[in-house]
Design a protein around this ligand. Structure first.
Ligand code: FES
Length: 92
């Protein structure tokens, strides 16, 4: 399971983390990854200055925003999700 946490603490919330959650959620559904990717909202991840802060598994992925959320998904999340899906014997 790939676990994504998107900070919805006050600083990241002000920067638009809800939109990032929506973007990730839409892409997860578009690629039918609901069974291998878990998307969670998180309290402050301690990286407010580099927000919007997210974590992919235990890796910090910071400076996520409207403009790069989709890119972050394809760079950081999608490869892991595909690997999980293949490991589970599903079709990618
Ligand atoms: S509010 Fe998001 S890292 Fe602190």
């Amino acid at each position: 399971m790939v676990v994504i946490k998107v900070c919805v603490g006050s600083s990241c919330h002000m920067k638009g983390s809800y939109q990032v959650v929506k973007t990730f959620d839409g892409l997860i559904k578009q690629h039918e990854l609901e069974d291998v990717v878990q998307l969670k909202a998180s309290f402050c991840l301690g990286n407010c200055l580099n927000g919007i802060a997210t974590m992919v598994n235990e890796k910090n992925v910071n400076n996520v925003g409207f403009s790069n959320a989709e890119q972050v998904f394809y760079d950081e999340i999608y490869p892991l999700a595909l690997a999980e899906k293949n490991a589970a014997g599903g079709e990618a």
